[in-house]
Design a binder for this molecule. Structure first.
Ligand SMILES: Cc1ncc(COP(=O)(O)O)c(C=O)c1O
Length: 373
């Protein structure tokens, strides 16, 4: 039977992530230098793993309240209150930042409503907004990836409801300086937009404390925070949404019928995680950032990343586009992701430095050789 005719229109509107092709290639390769990875190469601290195992053995395997374990919500709330004095958000524990994004868009978008964000962007933004009936407005931020506040203002229409900000950013590693964040927040105030601030890489910021929209427009900020990257537990599916009570209330309603609650034993383990110092990961990744920037700068145009674990150099002009360059790199067993997957342009490529130093050194050398012809 031709079952495809049963598919909803939204299946045609949403695409598979192009990253899968390169994951697949790397998986099949022998001894690949895999710089395509979107997650840290460190594991969770032992104390956190023990806390999850203890929670499971102690029978903490049933639902939590829809909005999460009260103790964890309180710990996050007090951390945020300390970080952003005067801000009084309500916290909902979500199934990863992805879960938080879904709940936010479910609660905030009517069909045809627009969400504006910088291009290049995290792949899910375009697809999720589309999936939930909204219209993505991706505004170019090339060549330096500073937040394109002016161009976004030009692109706004009466249907634009949300400004989606991601700092530190995937795929560029760019961290918005305070003045840039302030300008974005002022735009949101001026044009009556809500801000969705994806801060999943916040704990992997290298040079200065990252600015947050919560510092400049707290009354209209919905902050998405994550645990997966910070503690090396991406598979545990944990994150949170913090924002105005009336909005979190509606998102909780949406969670009731979708995710129900975030995974219970791992919520318990996060209480331990939040008391565990993992600042050494940020220091280690800052060093990897230096290694990769140094390794690539002579051969590539690139913007030095300030956080996360990605750098987004320009592909050499002698290749037709970034995909051609990434295919050539794959033939030499180095796996990086073409920028067209994160952008309307295919001119750059994403290198993940969440990899062992030796792989980074060898990978950079091969990419530089390839650029040299
Ligand atoms: C910018 C950004 N936001 C959200 C996510 C999704 O995070 P989670 O695994 O917590 O759903 C990712 C994952 O790569 C990301 O890079």
């Amino acid at each position: 039977m031709e079952v495809e005719r049963f598919l909803a229109d939204r299946c045609r509107a949403v695409e598979f992530s192009g990253i899968r092709k390169y994951f697949g290639l790397a998986l099949r390769a022998k001894d690949p230098i895999d710089l395509s990875i979107g997650q840290p190469d460190y594991d969770a601290p032992d104390a956190v793993k023990d806390a999850a195992a203890t929670a499971i053995r102690a029978g903490r395997n049933r639902y939590t309240p829809t909005d999460g374990l009260p103790a964890l919500r309180e710990q996050i709330r007090s951390t945020l209150a300390e970080r952003h004095p005067g801000w009084m958000p309500v916290v909902l524990i979500a199934s990863g930042v992805s879960g938080g994004l879904v709940l936010s868009l479910l609660a905030l978008l009517n069909p045809g409503d627009e969400v504006a964000f910088a291009d290049p962007y995290f792949v899910s933004y375009r697809q999720l907004v589309t999936m939930l009936g909204g219209k993505p407005i991706a505004v170019p931020s090339y060549p330096d990836f500073s937040f394109p506040t002016g161009a976004i203002e030009q692109a706004l229409t009466p249907r634009t409801r949300l400004l989606l900000i991601n700092s530190p950013a995937n795929p560029t590693g760019r961290v918005m300086p305070p003045a840039e964040m302030q300008a974005a927040a002022e735009l949101a105030r001026r044009r009556d937009l809500l801000i969705l601030s994806d801060e999943i890489y916040r704990d992997l910021t290298f040079d200065a404390g990252p600015a947050s929209a919560a510092d400049f427009a707290p009354e209209r900020t919905i902050l998405l925070g994550g645990f997966g990257k910070t503690y090396g537990v991406t598979g545990w599916r944990l994150g949170y949404v913090a924002g105005p009570a009336a909005l979190i209330h509606e998102m909780t309603k949406m969670q009731q019928y979708t995710f129900v609650c975030a995974p219970t034993p791992f919520q318990h383990a996060m209480l331990t995680a939040m008391r565990t110092d993992v600042a050494h990961h940020a220091r280690d990744y800052a060093r990897k950032r230096d290694l990769v920037v140094e390794g690539l700068s002579d051969a590539f145009d690139l913007v030095r990343p300030g956080g996360g674990f990605y750098v987004f150099p320009r592909a050499p002009a002698r290749f037709a586009d970034a995909s051609a360059f990434c295919d050539a790199a794959a033939e030499r067993n180095v796996f990086v992701i073409p920028g067209g997957i994160f952008s309307s342009r295919d001119t750059h490529f994403r290198v993940s430095f969440a990899a062992p130093d030796d792989a980074l050194r060898r990978g950079c050398r091969i990419l530089c050789e390839l650029a040299g012809g």
